[in-house]
Design a protein around this ligand. Structure first.
Ligand SMILES: [Zn+2]
Length: 493
């Protein structure tokens, strides 16, 4: 390589860039709060009025009002069905941060964490006072919990116009989208937190680990460029990941940064706010997402502290890209090598099952579904069974009719399963009534459709020779010899 004057000067500038860049990265402390302090703060300030993820707008209103002394509360507008959307402002600092949650009505985990955070911020004179003062002096925070109260009411993703608010950032058809855009435009935050939930089937790509939290610094153009605004979001995410890896190692995934020109996160990034997406996924044994709520509280509080003290500058964009990608490879149950009968012969197939939630008043029931079958090695089961050598066997409907679902004990249901019955009939009660029995309950019909093929409801036996070894009931696996404790959420058909 021949060096001329201009390439020498380029090298010199390159040298300066690296020298300066390296110094920036090593010079700062990350200003992270200790794990112990974060956990303690959550335990102490948990909002006890919210105990599950299907709370409604109405339940939040007194919880917002109780903070009127410590926060500046403003009604920003209303939803299609006339429910108020409020903001809570706190802090006297220069750096503006806006957090909004639940633009998808059934994604409520972060909303719970925000109410815990309000309790934390409102308190005073305790061991957390230094953290609180740091936030108060450096930040001005605007919280907008539950952007989509109509969706929350029906516990569904979309608003009452059946529009996905996250595709309405530009068109502004929905009043809720107008509220969010209006808040961003008048407040002009430097940082934004876009708070969502994702399906429990997200994993860390090509691992069996559930993505309990997924993150993204959304792209602001198709080229996926990184400017200073987006870079700051990336660095802040590295700080969140640092906390999470200590609590849920290997369970943080990074979303694809493909640009979606209609989405809020992408556009708010584009409009100059360093935007951080947090997606709450699933965690073993936490169906109501109360542990994930705590994780949200911890990473948000820590991120606010790092923003207040510019601790995020200690991290690099490379560290952001080291966070592994999200996958969508989880199933509730995978049965490996089940022998299924076709035309008089048996074939070994892996059966991949998900149990989809359906709303039922304040709670839900599930419907099992065979998602796919064959070679399922690219999927991971939250529960797996090696069914090698076991044969598929249909079940029968029990002839005797019970009066009500309450007349069937769990013991009776197990006894019927062991005798080859997978369904029972009842006289009284309604289709849709909930129960927790490990058997199918029929009221309006004498039969139900089931099977092992894709799209079927997986309700069948697995037999070892003539011996019924397992029952699969609406996608739940029941070991007939050693039944384990499990939460079963069924409905009457
Ligand atoms: Zn969402």
């Amino acid at each position: 390589m021949k060096l001329n004057k201009s390439s020498i000067s380029s090298l010199f500038f390159l040298f300066l860039f690296f020298a300066f860049g390296c110094e920036t990265a090593s010079h700062h402390s990350s200003e992270s709060i200790s794990l112990e302090t974060l956990e303690k703060a959550h335990d102490q300030f948990l909002e006890g009025a919210i105990t599950h993820r299907r709370f409604k707008h109405e339940e939040l209103q007194p919880l917002i009002q109780k903070h009127a002394d410590a926060f500046e509360i403003e009604v920003l507008g209303s939803s299609v069905e006339g429910r108020s959307i409020s903001s809570l402002d706190w802090g006297q600092g220069e750096m503006k941060v806006m957090l909004w949650s639940q633009m998808h009505g059934n994604e409520s985990t972060a909303t719970m964490a925000l109410f815990d955070l309000f309790n934390f911020l409102k308190a005073s004179g305790d061991e957390f006072e230094e953290i609180r003062q740091t936030l108060k002096e450096n930040l001005r925070i605007k919280f907008i919990p539950m952007i989509n109260p109509d969706g929350a009411e029906a516990f569904k993703r979309r608003n009452a116009l059946d529009i996905d608010l996250n595709r309405d950032a530009i068109s502004q058809i929905s009043p809720e989208a107008v509220v969010l855009k209006g808040a961003r435009d008048s407040f002009e935050p430097e940082f934004g937190f876009n708070l969502h939930d994702q399906q429990i089937y997200y994993n860390v790509e090509n691992t069996p680990k559930q993505a309990t939290i997924s993150v993204l610094a959304p792209g602001y153009n198709y080229e996926r460029d990184i400017n200073e605004v987006r870079g700051r979001a990336m660095k802040t995410i590295v700080g969140m990941n640092e906390i999470l890896q200590q609590l849920i190692p290997g369970q943080v995934g990074k979303y694809d940064d493909g640009f979606e020109p209609r989405a809020f996160g992408d556009n708010i990034q584009k409009w100059g706010t360093s935007t951080i997406l947090i997606e709450s996924g699933g965690y073993h044994g936490d169906p109501e997402k109360q542990y994930i709520r705590k994780l949200n509280f911890m990473i948000i509080l820590n991120a606010l502290h790092q923003i207040a003290k510019k601790g995020y500058e200690a991290y690099t964009i490379d560290q952001y890209f080291e966070i592994p990608d999200n996958g969508f490879q989880l199933m509730d149950l995978i049965l490996q090598e089940v022998q299924v009968p076709v035309e008089g012969s048996y074939y070994p197939v892996d059966i991949a099952i998900r149990r989809r939630e359906s709303n039922a008043g304040p709670t839900y029931s599930v419907t099992g579904n065979v998602e796919d079958l064959g070679d399922m090695q690219v999927y991971f089961g939250l529960e797996e069974l090696d069914a090698t050598g076991l044969k598929y066997q249909e079940g029968k409907v029990f002839e005797q009719v019970f009066d009500t679902v309450e007349d069937i004990s769990e013991g009776k249901a197990m006894e019927l399963l062991k005798s080859g019955y997978l369904a029972v009939k009842i006289k009284d009660g309604q289709p849709g009534d909930l129960h927790q029995l490990p058997i199918v309950v029929l009221q309006s019909t004498d039969q139900f459709s089931f099977g092992w093929k894709t799209g079927s409801n997986p309700t069948f036996f697995l037999r070892d020779g003539e011996n019924l070894r397992y029952a699969v009931v609406n996608g739940y696996l029941i070991d007939l010899e050693n039944p384990k404790e499990q939460l079963i959420k069924q409905r009457v058909y």
